[in-house]
Design a protein around this ligand. Structure first.
Ligand SMILES: Cc1cc2nc3c(=O)[nH]c(=O)nc-3n(C[C@H](O)[C@H](O)[C@H](O)COP(=O)(O)O)c2cc1C
Length: 194
């Protein structure tokens, strides 16, 4: 079974991380899910549902696949390079987490797991969300892209004519799975049937 670590930070767009988690679970992968404290608050604010309710919903549907993690638990398996993960995703990724990872500063499980993904040369997919972007944000993204991370900004396309916010979130979730090489049909590909 493929294993991924998914992080959800306090950047706007929690739905991107939630749909990405669901897409990986539906694809049969195991997901270790980490939310930051602010991430939990933004999930509740933006979706109207507490993070705990989302986690309970995923756990009910995918009891053997979802592993909720505590972001303060640096003793977790995800904190070690000896734990065989297939990759990590942070969606949405705050500018704060981007800066921490780019500088190699890892005070919590999410940043440590991202640092581990980079050092082990495993896929790291970051979905930054901010606008406009400062030079600091852009430099951090460039540094991480140079280390091999996929920078997948939260930029849903309109050429697939989305009808709902879920369509837009699914487009981004699908693009994340594409980076990981996980087969998916989350969005209509250009000039292809769904
Ligand atoms: C409603 C809300 C929306 C936010 N949106 C963003 C955002 O889009 N991008 C960003 O970098 N920070 C955003 N922030 C600020 C981050 O939450 C803040 O920098 C926080 O320290 C990030 O912490 P974390 O990376 O541990 O989740 C937002 C905060 C709130 C309350």
């Amino acid at each position: 079974m493929k294993q991924y670590v998914v992080g959800i930070t306090g950047a706007s767009g929690s739905i991107y991380g939630l749909r990405t988690t669901e897409a990986l679970l539906e694809a049969g992968a195991r997901v270790r899910l980490i939310l930051t404290g602010t991430g939990e608050k933004v999930v509740a604010y933006e979706t109207g549902q507490e993070a705990g309710e989302w986690i309970a919903g995923f756990k009910k549907r995918f009891p053997d696949q979802l592993i909720p993690e505590d972001n303060s638990d640096l003793f977790s398996a995800s904190a070690s390079g000896s734990h065989l993960a297939d990759g990590m995703i942070i969606a949405p990724c705050s500018m704060s987490k981007l800066a921490h990872i780019s500088a190699g500063i890892t005070p919590d499980l999410m940043t440590r797991a991202a640092d581990v993904a980079l050092k082990q040369r495993r896929p790291l997919v970051l979905m930054p969300r901010e606008t406009p972007l400062s030079q600091i944000h852009l430099k951090n993204m460039l540094a991480l892209a140079e280390c091999g991370a996929f920078i997948v900004p939260a930029m849903p396309a309109f050429y697939q004519k989305p009808k709902s916010l879920d369509d837009m979130a699914d487009f981004m979730a699908g693009r994340v799975l594409d980076c990981l090489g996980v087969e998916n049909h989350r969005y209509a590909r250009w000039k292809e049937e769904v």
